[in-house]
Design a protein around this ligand. Sequence first.
Ligand code: F6P
Length: 507
Amino acid sequence: MVAQAEGVNVDVDGRDARFVVVSNRGPVTFSRSGSEGSGEREYSRGAGGLVTALNAVLRHRRDAVWIASAISEEDARVAEEALRDGVPYEVEDLKVVLVEHEGEAYDLMYNHLANPLLWFVQHGLYNLPYTPELGDSTKRAWEEGYIPVNENFAEAVARTLEASAQEGEEPVILVHDYQLYMLPLFLRERLGDGAFISLFSHIPWPEPDHWRVLPEYIREDVLRSLLKADVVAFHTHRYARNFARTAHEVLNVEADEEEGVIHTREREVWVRPYPISIDPDEFKKLAQSEEVLKEEEFVKDLPGKLLLRVDRMDLSKNVVRGFAAYARMLERYPDTRGEVTFLAQLQPSRGDIPEYASYARAIQRAVDEINEKYGTDSWEPIVLSMEDNFPRSVAAYKNYDALLVNAVRDGMNLVAKEAAVINERDGVLILSENAGAYEELGEHALTVNPFDIDEQAVKIYEAFNMPDDERTRRAEVLRQTVIENDIEEWVKAQLKDIAAHPKWRGT
Ligand code: F6P
């Protein structure tokens, strides 16, 4: 299949390129049916927006291979089989290679380095007078966790390419996210300069001074590795600029922020924004599915107007402040009491990390206090769900009057896009100015400073009381914006740049 990238033919599946996608979380995770796990092999979809987006991209590209971590026990069996048989596992039109890591190394990478440290630095979540407390344990998590897991991935990519190599074909390796920052370096060591490597960071890139919170060895090694890629990609101009500035200040490389190019001695690295999106048709279809229609009965039964949030249970999502803002609205505008319900669909996430576990408790406490203070026999102000119920979230997407996305910082936030496409009530989007989606959608949303509780309270009230014609106008533009800039546009923009890159053109 040949993908057209505006005037340039990029043969994505055949002669010229062999596409390999690499991410920590894979498209599916496997399990065994039956109480003892003795039954049939089953699978469920991986969590998070990244997986949903890459799924939509790869499903129709049969030659591409997706390499990801084996997370469950059954994943590990799938990984062993692939290693033994030398062929990827085929599932839902995808070719998947799962990589098994040594347990402790993976724990150090995921629970001690990537998710607390890199995630917190890049989302600005630390309370700097007190945290983080870096030291020997950080170094150990880096050396015995992050590095070996990245090496292991590099080996898997090299093996996969070797097993499927064809004459005259150059690999295009699309690496995703902050769990795999060292991969460009380790891939170059194994594959040399021929491979085209792109690293897509799906989370914000902070200002240079904030990056300097990291110990020098991480701060510099990550940047050196990323500059072994040909393209370093982000969701917004702001993150791309922050990255170019950080590389310049920390490594003293020549960076042209406006052009989005960093020159090193070895290569030209393009630093580019590609705002990720969704497959609108998939969501429209999902909205009519039986499971979603069933969940709609529950959602439509909630009293009054509906305020909705749908998030992974993550500190960056600013859930507790969102509840405080809602409570302030109830306090300030007593006429809203009993007339609105706040449905919070929160998907459990990273529960082995102490900060996440205590955040989950803080969420529960905040909800209990507000429901205790304002609730009545016939009205629960906040309906909280802390389980993974995607059909219910989609049912709620269709029926909200206002959607709250008040993230402290967020790489993109696909909830804002998914919901806009299928909402049936001309719902108003209340959007943090620190969400990546703000660059595209901010103009048509009610925007908020995520730290300002009073402002959020007023905006929630304003959303509920907006004149109908303005609601309709805003909702329509939001929907069209997402439909026009869908997931295929995200892919096309990247293919176009690969085709235009001097490395690809051989110049
Ligand atoms: O895009 C951010 C991200 O961290 C992805 O890398 C990840 O797959 C997703 O969110 C969900 O997080 P996790 O894989 O840690 O559950």
